[in-house]
Design a protein around this ligand. Structure first.
Ligand SMILES: Cc1cc2nc3c(=O)[nH]c(=O)nc-3n(C[C@H](O)[C@H](O)[C@H](O)COP(=O)(O)OP(=O)(O)OC[C@H]3O[C@@H](n4cnc5c(N)ncnc54)[C@H](O)[C@@H]3O)c2cc1C
Ligand code: FES
Length: 285
């Protein structure tokens, strides 16, 4: 049985199949609700239930408490409707023209610049390219419906091979396999591009972000590559302390030109803190 879901205040409405989550059905209808982990852990997709009943789905109690449920909140990445719904949630944007695809890929190489970080390059089938926006990510589709998300670390135009920077999570299902067993040439499947945290190329507003993820590499890699002939065009300015070095003077071990280690004295390349500021002509603030 399908249910009707209406979003306030936009009045957008869409149908949700039985057993489908609110978020999944909204995405199918080309409506972009905010989300992060899609498994009830991060709370990004939290919104208000104005009318109707849901099954709250599997989620972490710390992410949605009983009090919050009583106050009418739900996590739309794991909530499935039991009736028609009216929900209140901020819509991020309409998903653009980029089609989300499911593709096979082959691991072309795995380099480990430090023991707990792998730079993984993926090759797509001939005649396939993944169109994406700098800052987006892919989900590996693993056994038993498991998904694992990784940010695309290369600029979108550089799409011969997709590059991921993957940190080993001890006892992690996927990263244990990657670090202990994978040698390269393994075939995986993924879905992408995903995510609404991407570079707004058409905005002339100043934008500053501080991040500690591989997606910063994709965003940064995309930025200087843009033609920059006009004096009033935004400049991408990286701040490092000093360039390429962390606070205690150690170079980033990955050798990324614009990443620095977060923890003074401990130069784990998984701890990038990249500060990228788009500022007006000439001023690095
Ligand atoms: C949108 C998005 C983009 C991401 N991009 C990247 C990326 O570019 N590079 C990267 O290395 N990781 C990235 N991650 C995190 C990555 O998806 C997880 O680290 C990964 O799922 C671990 O998979 P696993 O199967 O090895 O561990 P799991 O089996 O999923 O986890 C094992 C245990 O570790 C915990 N855990 C899992 N991930 C983390 C974490 N990140 N920090 C702390 N504890 C954790 C779990 O709660 C669990 O207890 C991203 C996550 C999201 C949501
Ligand atoms: S997207 Fe993370 S809890 Fe729903």
């Amino acid at each position: 049985m399908a249910f009707q879901i209406t979003i306030k205040p936009s009045e957008h409405s869409f149908t949700c199949d039985d057993g489908e989550t609110v978020l999944a059905s909204a995405m199918r209808a080309d409506l972009m609700l905010p989300y992060g982990c899609r498994n009830g852990a991060c709370g990004t997709c939290k919104g208000k239930l104005l009318d109707g009943v849901v099954d709250y789905g599997v989620h972490q109690k710390s992410t949605l408490s009983d009090d919050e449920k009583h106050a009418g909140l739900a996590l739309f990445c794991c909530a499935t409707p039991r009736t028609d719904l009216v929900i209140e949630v901020r819509e991020v944007r309409r998903a653009g023209d980029i089609r989300i695809k499911r593709l096979p890929c082959r691991i072309e190489s795995i380099d480990k610049p430090v023991p707990d970080v792998a730079i993984v390059k993926l090759k797509l089938p001939v005649n396939e390219r993944l169109q994406y926006l700098a800052g987006q990510y892919i989900d590996f589709l693993l056994k038993d419906g498991k998904r694992r998300s990784f940010s695309l670390a290369t600029a979108p135009h550089d799409d011969q091979l997709l590059e991921l920077h993957i940190r080993h999570v001890p006892n992690g299902f996927f990263t244990d396999l990657l670090f202990a067993q994978y040698k390269g040439r393994e075939i995986l499947r993924f879905e992408g591009p995903l995510g609404a945290f991407y570079l707004r190329e058409d905005s002339d507003k100043p934008a500053i972000f501080v991040t500690r993820a591989a997606m910063s590499s994709g965003l940064i890699a995309a930025s200087p590559a843009r033609p920059d002939p006009e004096p009033d065009e935004r400049k991408a300015v990286m701040r490092t302390t000093p360039p390429n070095r962390n606070a205690s003077g150690h170079a980033c071990e990955v050798g990324h030109p614009i990443a620095r280690s977060a923890e003074a004295g401990e130069h784990r390349s998984s701890c990038f803190v990249a500060e990228l500021a788009f500022v007006g002509p000439g001023e690095a603030r």
